[in-house]
Design a binder for this molecule. Structure first.
Ligand SMILES: [Zn+2]
Length: 153
């Protein structure tokens, strides 16, 4: 099975961010129009994640999941169950802001940029090739581990 790809509607920014943290290719734009959302879904084989029943009915969507809850952990739980998602293999591999896969970044180079305490406590860094943001296992990582336990036990 090929890896699942998603596109989230404007109401699902937090869910999109967390799907990226878990490693899923998830398109999201804050101001996207319905027509563009659907175009991208078709062009890039992305499942539409939406809280908008009007969109589903009006456009006769096929490749979509209607997200029931408005809280992101419950939303993730629904996805895991509805889409039979297994434990993600590529967690922390994408930029939270751009969705780009991260490139590895040497500790030496990172230590020129990140705060000193981060340099002292972290060994593995990643860099987004699009926005150049540097990633390490910080607070998001701890929260991610907690959420993964909630999702998969
Ligand atoms: Zn980025």
């Amino acid at each position: 099975m090929t890896e699942m790809k998603f596109i989230a509607d404007v109401m699902l920014g937090r869910l999109a961010k967390w799907l990226r943290i878990l490693g899923y290719d998830t398109a999201y734009r804050r101001n996207i129009r319905d027509a563009e959302l659907i175009r991208l879904s078709l062009a890039e084989s992305r499942m539409i994640l939406t809280r908008d029943t009007r969109l589903i009915k009006k456009r006769g969507l096929k490749n979509y999941l209607f997200i029931i809850d408005d809280q992101f952990v419950a939303q993730l739980k629904q996805m895991v169950s509805a889409l039979h998602m297994s434990y993600p293999k590529n967690t922390f591999s994408r930029c939270i802001l751009c969705n780009e896969p991260l490139l590895s970044f040497s500790k030496d180079a990172a230590c020129n940029i990140v705060p000193e305490y981060v340099c002292k406590t972290e060994d593995i860094f990643g860099r987004c090739p699009k926005c150049n943001r540097i990633y390490w296992k910080g607070t998001h990582y701890k929260e991610m581990e907690r959420i993964l336990r909630e999702l998969f036990g």
